[in-house]
Design a protein around this ligand. Structure first.
Ligand SMILES: C[S@@+](CC[C@H](N)C(=O)[O-])C[C@H]1O[C@@H](n2cnc3c(N)ncnc32)[C@H](O)[C@@H]1O
Length: 233
C-alpha cells in the first residue's frame, strides 16, 4: 500500500520526556506519541487501560487485538512482553497505511530502554517480517501487520476483544475519526470488547456512545488529563 500523501513523508526521530523515542512529521506538525513520554503513554493507555483491564475479566484465549496504526511497533512490543509475562495468548492485527523504513525502525530505543533480553529480537522480528502474514513472534504472541488504510480495510465482524485506536489526532487526521469509520471498528469487536484511545475529545465520546459503546473517561498518562475507554455492550 503506498500513495503520495505528503503529510506522512520523512518522519524524524525525537526523544520524549521519559527518554523514549517517538517520531515527528513536520508536514503535519504531529508526533507519533505524547511528547511527555511515548513509553509511559503506551503502557498507560493501551497496556494497562486496555489489555490488563480486559484480561482480568475474561480468560478467553487467544485474546484478539486490533491496532489502528502499527507505526513504531511500540504497542506491539509491549503487548508481546505482556503476553509472555502473563502467560496469555495474544493475536494482534495491526493496520498501517505508511510503514516506516526499516533503517528508521532499527534506531528506535524501546528494546534498550525496556531492557529485557528478548525485547530486541522480538522487536526486530516485528519490523523485519513480511506484511500481510500472521507471524509468530514468540510462543504466545502472533502478529499480522496489515499494509492498508483503515478506511478501506475489511474488518472481520465481532472478532476483536480489544482495539488500540492509535491514529493521529482528530484535528490532524479527521478522516480516521469519522463516525462511519468508528462504527465499522465497533462492528469488528466481540461483545464485551474494549476500545481504548489516548484522545478524550467530546465529539469522540458522543460518537462512541451513539455507535453503541459504554464510554468511560479515565485519567490520562503523565502530562495528559484524560483518555477514553469504550466497552461494547
Ligand atoms: C499516532 S501514530 C501511532 C503509531 C503506533 N501505534 C506507534 O506506537 O508508533 C498513527 C499511525 O497511524 C498510521 N496511519 C495514518 N493513516 C492511516 C490510515 N489511513 N490507516 C491506517 N493507519 C494509518 C500512521 O502512519 C502512524 O503510524
Amino acid at each position: 500500500m503506498n500513495d503520495d500523501d505528503e503529510r506522512f513523508n520523512g518522519p524524524e526521530l525525537i526523544v520524549t520526556e521519559d527518554g523514549s523515542h517517538s517520531l515527528y512529521l513536520s508536514a503535519m506538525k504531529e508526533t507519533y506519541h505524547s511528547f511527555h513520554g511515548a513509553l509511559q503513554e503506551s503502557e498507560h493507555v493501551f497496556i494497562r487501560s486496555g489489555l490488563e483491564y480486559f484480561s482480568v475479566q475474561s480468560d478467553v484465549s487467544p485474546i484478539r487485538i486490533l491496532e489502528i496504526g502499527f507505526g513504531t511497533g511500540l504497542n506491539a512490543l509491549l503487548s508481546a512482553i505482556w503476553a509472555a509475562e502473563e502467560g496469555r495468548n495474544l493475536f494482534m492485527d495491526s493496520i498501517e497505511a505508511y510503514p516506516l523504513p526499516l533503517d528508521l525502525a532499527n534506531q528506535l530505543n524501546y528494546p534498550k530502554l525496556i531492557g529485557k533480553e528478548t525485547s530486541q529480537p522480538w522487536f526486530d522480528k516485528m519490523h523485519e517480517n513480511p506484511w500481510n502474514k500472521q507471524i509468530s513472534i514468540h510462543s504466545s504472541f502472533s502478529l499480522k501487520k496489515v499494509d492498508n488504510k483503515l478506511q478501506v480495510q475489511r474488518l472481520s465482524l465481532e472478532t476483536y476483544h480489544i482495539v488500540f485506536f492509535d491514529a493521529f489526532a482528530p484535528n490532524k487526521q479527521s478522516e480516521l475519526w469519522e463516525r462511519e469509520v468508528l462504527a465499522r471498528v465497533f462492528q469488528s469487536q466481540a461483545p464485551g470488547g474494549v476500545f481504548v484511545t489516548y484522545c478524550a475529545k467530546g465529539q469522540l465520546k458522543r460518537d462512541l456512545k451513539e455507535i453503541g459503546y459504554r464510554v468511560e473517561t479515565l485519567p490520562g498518562p503523565p502530562g495528559k488529563k484524560e483518555m477514553v475507554r469504550g466497552i461494547k455492550k
